[in-house]
Design a protein around this ligand. Sequence first.
Ligand SMILES: [Zn+2]
Length: 171
Amino acid sequence: MLISAGDQIHGYKVVEYKDIVFGVASSSEGGGFRQIALKKMAEAATKLGATAVINFKMEIYPLTGSVQEATAYGNAVIADPLEGTISHQDRHQVKLEAYMPKAKAAESLIGKLQTAGDYMFVVCPKCGTKYKVETNEKGELHIKGFNDVDDDEPGLQIFCLRCGTKFTVPE
Ligand SMILES: [Zn+2]
């Protein structure tokens, strides 16, 4: 299975688009969970009759405690080798490290705060879903049922329930 983070594969021509494929694995499955997620994604692509996955991405989300979840996804396609290029067999090894997300590599999106009467809302910058924001005793903003998903970034980060976008709740 050829896997590319770009929308082309060098030496190949994308001749047919199949579907988006996903592979999800949790670190509770062991230290190789990123590879497991990648393998599951590749298996899903194979089931569709695809020979390659383009626009490949991997995201690592914290679940609970130290447990993380890896989601590998991309567009399953049929890619035919261009003439005079090396074969699938020579290229099927994927250097997964090249695609390893640095946890902070994701773009930093910031939600907009809106007030309506006594209520304050933060609006998802991608899809516009509103979340009610409350202030705790320390004057920090929080949203009921949401934990900060990114301790490495200042402020409160949440994942939008509707579109999955991670964004920062502005102070
Ligand atoms: Zn959203």
